[in-house]
Ligand binder design. Structure first.
Ligand SMILES: Cc1cc2nc3c(=O)[nH]c(=O)nc-3n(C[C@H](O)[C@H](O)[C@H](O)COP(=O)(O)O)c2cc1C
Length: 218
């Protein structure tokens, strides 16, 4: 991608993320994310040293480049030639999707296109967990497993595999946050039926966990 194209992409994405009206106008159109920055960051051992859960978040929004890096680190395509991802999944079923709840609406991360697909123009952050900070933090990731994609796993194994898969993605997000100085916490305390309804999920889609991300509260 040329520098000009990537700047144009960033401007478009900023317009979408920063303006609720723009988000509504963009309904259902794929919103490209800037390419992930693969250089820099803290050394892995330092990021591991700093990994921690936080429960106090600044309302400050994440720059689109940071969101793009975060999603790629969490579960992006790291081997385009095979479609391989940054987290493993049983039988490579890749059943988990990362939904992104922001003030401007709900999106799903389309890893292959490295883009966000708008799902809803509503702010459903408050429904992503039972703790008060979820509605203040700029981003709540919701991990959703589509059990219908796990055709090679025995039915009795599917929930377990989906939970394990979420754990790998969540830890990638933890390590990116540690490297970037972001606050995060993975959360199981969710009213799943209420959230699934708000997200308009299909019956075979299961919410595994949610994860709040933002700058630490100063
Ligand atoms: C499966 C799982 C569910 C969790 N659910 C919540 C939660 O609902 N709310 C919360 O504040 N923290 C939650 N946590 C975070 C843990 O409380 C946290 O990881 C633990 O206290 C250890 O702290 P540390 O992550 O800073 O090492 C959860 C962690 C895991 C792995």
């Amino acid at each position: 991608m040329s520098r000009q194209t990537s700047v144009a992409g960033v401007v478009l994405m900023l317009a979408v993320l920063l303006s609720p009206l723009a988000a509504r106008a963009q309904e259902l159109k794929l919103v490209p994310l800037p390419a992930p920055q693969l250089g820099g960051g803290k050394p892995l051992m330092q990021a591991l040293k700093e990994r921690t859960s936080a429960r106090a978040f600044s309302p400050e929004r994440l720059p689109v480049q940071v969101l793009a890096n975060l999603l790629w680190a969490g579960y992006g395509v790291n081997r385009p030639e095979t479609g391989g991802r940054t987290a493993p999944s049983a039988n490579n079923s890749q059943e988990t999707d990362i939904y992104v709840a922001t003030a401007d609406g709900l999106y799903v991360y389309e890893a292959k296109a490295h883009a966000l697909r708008p799902i809803l123009a509503d702010d459903i952050r408050a429904l992503t967990g039972r703790q008060a900070f979820v509605k203040e933090a700029p981003v709540n990731l919701v991990y959703v497993a589509d059990l219908g994609r796990m055709t090679r796993a025995r039915e009795e194994d599917r929930d377990f595999y989906a939970s394990a898969h979420t754990g790998f993605i969540s830890q990638n997000v933890y390590l990116y946050c540690a490297s970037e100085g972001l606050a995060t916490v993975v959360r199981a305390s969710i009213d799943r039926p209420a959230l699934a309804k708000a997200m308009q999920l299909r019956p075979e889609q299961r919410i595994t966990l949610s994860q709040t991300v933002g700058y630490p509260k100063r």
